[in-house]
Design a protein around this ligand. Structure first.
Ligand code: NAD
Ligand code: DAU
Length: 351
């Protein structure tokens, strides 16, 4: 089988590509990525020469290019992760999010629909369109409760509105055209190769460089953190086993207030950098809150656990320590993604 993975040079996508390339040598994995500021082929150097791996640089917003690629490659299935993913950027540039997350997804759906029309599949995951989405589509929770698969959509940021819209299109293509579509909605991921604009890698980078750690509002917002490799494993299980048209929530059952998470991170960083206890916490700076900032996300992943036997593997403090170790051991990666040096390098190779 030939499986297209979009956004495979990004944070989660690179973990999914690595898992599929190494676990399924019998399948060809094609990674389609535009290599935006967030996408970086240095995330995949360990598998880039594998016989069953191929990279294609391209933009999912370009319908003509996407149609041509599907005609040429005749993909058997798609796992779609390419997206603009940062909420703060969506507040300053919403249109970019509509283009990539909505139009880009519809372009992929159309191309898949066109090459799979009339085909009969031999397995549940052949001619499958797997759309990777977020828990942010459900909006925000109060102090109690969990997002379930049946929770109504109520997005608040341009990012979550664009992801919600793309989810609706995927469901519409299942209902209308019987496309073999599956969706998963996951909570906040953390781990290696996370672009340092997001809370955890930004804070690690700032602490390392003695810069302030910006905490939005009072730091009371709650997120449910999941080890990125556990997300990749969940995608593997869902891709191979889910019924067409189904949805699964993925989460860590691991809720943290931002300020408590940052205090734990500061403690770990003090230890790892041999600094006196309390040194990193002095960098915490409360700043103006994010507009439309959702208070609390928390996922009920019991359907995935019950039906497909998945569960998170890593306890949070252990995962956070592993994440810090990775960033401290990969200073070159951190410097090159923050300076844009990787982008310049790969742009030259692929233009
Ligand atoms: P990311 O920003 O790290 O990576 C996105 C990737 O998509 C990059 O490699 C980028 O180059 C590529 N891309 C962007 N625009 C493109 C375009 N027009 N054409 C082709 N490629 C393009 O994102 P991530 O955090 O790895 O998230 C991946 C997916 O998972 C997204 O769909 C996101 O909504 C979803 N998700 C993320 C999280 C999280 O915590 N990060 C949680 C749940 C769901
Ligand atoms: O819930 C899943 C989502 O998680 C994904 O769909 C998104 O792609 C991903 O970016 C992430 O969104 P968040 O907005 O939750 O992640 P972020 O790391 O930007 O912020 C986490 C929390 O920390 C949030 O409450 C905002 C806060 N924050 C963030 C930054 C960058 C700060 O307090 N200071 C910061 O500098």
């Amino acid at each position: 089988m030939k499986i297209l993975i979009t956004g495979g040079a990004g944070f989660i996508g690179s973990h999914v590509v690595r898992l599929f390339v190494t676990k399924y040598p019998q399948h060809t994995i094609v990674n389609l990525d535009k290599l935006t500021y967030a996408g970086n082929l240095a995330n995949l150097t360990d598998i880039e020469h594998s016989a069953n791996y191929k990279f294609v640089k391209g933009d999912i917003v370009d319908a003509e290019f996407i149609n041509q690629l599907f005609q040429t490659e005749q993909f058997d299935s798609v796992i779609h992760l390419a997206a603009e993913s940062h909420v703060d950027r969506s507040i300053t540039n919403p249109t970019e999010f509509v283009l990539t997350n909505v139009i880009g997804t519809v372009n992929l759906l159309n191309a898949a629909k066109s090459i799979w029309a009339g085909k009969t599949s031999n397995s549940i995951f052949e001619n499958r369109f797997y759309h990777v989405s977020t828990d942010e589509v459900y909006g925000t929770l109060g102090d109690t409760g969990l997002f379930e698969e049946t929770t109504s959509y109520d997005p608040h940021s341009p990012y979550s509105a664009s992801k919600a819209s793309s989810d609706h299109f995927v469901r519409a293509y299942f209902d209308t055209y019987k496309l073999n579509a599956v969706i998963s909605n996951c909570s906040n991921n953390y781990g290696s190769h996370h672009f340092p604009e997001k809370l955890i890698p930004l804070s690690i980078n700032n602490i390392k460089n003695n810069l302030s750690i910006p905490i939005y509002g009072k730091g009371e917002n709650v997120r449910d953190w999941l080890w990125v490799e556990d997300h990749a494993r969940a995608i593997d299980v869902i891709f191979h086993n889910a019924q067409a048209g189904s949805t699964y929530n993925i989460g860590g059952h691991n809720e943290w207030k931002n300020i408590d998470l940052i205090h734990l991170l500061c403690k770990i960083m003090d230890e790892k950098l041999n600094r006196a206890e309390g040194t990193s916490a002095k960098l915490i700076t409360y700043v103006t809150d994010r507009a439309g900032h959702d208070l609390r996300y928390a996922i009920d992943s019991s359907k995935l656990q019950r039906e497909l036997g998945w569960k998170p593997s890593l306890q949070f403090e252990e995962g956070l320590r592993k994440t810090v170790d990775w960033y401290l051991a990969n200073e070159e990666w951190l410097n090159n993604v923050t300076s844009g040096a990787y982008k310049d390098y790969y742009d030259k190779q692929y233009n």
